[in-house]
Design a protein around this ligand. Sequence first.
Ligand code: GLU
Ligand code: MG
Length: 457
Amino acid sequence: MDLAERDRRSNRAEGLVQDLADRGVVAVATSFVDNSGISRAKAVPLDRLPALAAWGVGFSTAFDYFRFDDWVAAPPGGQAPVGDQRIVPDLDRLVVLAAQPGWAWAPGDRYAQTGDPYPLDSRLLLSRVVDDLAAKGINVLSALEIEWVVSTGADEYVPAAEGPAYGLARLANASDYSRDVLTALAEEGVRVEQFHPEYAAGQLELSVAPESPVHAADTSVLVRSTIRGVGVRHGLRTSFSPKVDAAGVGNGGHVHLSLGRDERNLMAGGSGRFGLTDEATAFAGGVLEHLPGLLAVGAPSVASYLRLVPQHWAGAYACWGLENREAALRMVTGSSGSEEWAANLEVKCFDLHANPYLMLAGLVAAGAAGLDSGAGLPEPVDVDPATLSEATLEHRGIRRLPETLREALHAFVSDEVLVGAFGEPLVEAISAVRESELEFFEGATAEEVTAASRWEH
Ligand code: GLU
Ligand code: MG
């Protein structure tokens, strides 16, 4: 970023200040998501927005090594406290926060003090990976589903939204809270497509309209922050953890992906299975092939593997199938007549401990590798894989996905496509954070992991 660009950003921000002040904004926060999936923020009073937009705010480079519980998994060599970077807000995504009166927020990109893009920044990484694919004429659209629970307990989980799974009664019991969530998101310009009470006690879910991947990840951060903010105003605690209660069903973070070329959805109208085009087949084949390594960014915590088990609709098997909720890749065609806008691929095995930028960068890189190699897809699976015999699973090549973070990390560092896309410094930082979490939870029971991971993200 050169001085002319800094001037441009400063002028643009100057032009926004009065309107923001008129809307009651007194401070602007910007944040990035670290390698453990936590959003880290800094804020300035409104009159400092032009300076923030041009020069960013400082953040230690140690943040690439932060663990979910704020411990720093310091890299060897004693460099952890040395070095700085600047987080610069993306003004295109500046939002007045509806659940935090007086506040506005924008996601940030991290730059080195030289003005060069910071090589470990996940938002810039995702932009690059998406741009590479766009250079080949292919656009990606994505939407991230959010499942969460609300609790009246401070540390313990005490479900606040009572009532049966998918129950109209639960909606009535959580009516004012749910209305406030939807109102806040509408005020922020988030296009919610659906809201419902989920399976587990106190669990809710909403899905949003698809966007370009960077914007889909921004929206995921904004939606979660807004849900948390509404909860605070209702005296409720919010958890997006993949395992809130060791005995129950977890919170997923399913990812919807579709590909477009020349305004056409490549997931429909093709000659492949369920209408997939050859390009969509190759992309999906690449994603399926790289899922074991992708889990290290999509299901990045020890708690993730308490959720990712068969017969919990979490997608614990590396396979795909039409509307199969036990397959890691669920093909969705939509109803007859809606395929052109509805058909997409849902990645079910990921959860909301993921940094959404890293996770989407990994998915797009894996899909792009599938396109490059002309990957195919195996036979789709049309039953619950857990009901198949070992011999059938083996015969059909249907594998269980990694069952521990250790296994996923091993697959990740051995995956040349993912390592190549992320670059060594980022892979090293992600690995250090994962290793540190594995060490932290060594010998811990499911209850201990669940309790320690419940409220942080
Ligand atoms: N809660 C489930 C999960 O952990 C997903 C339920 C659903 O299919 O929406 O992913
Ligand atoms: Mg759901």
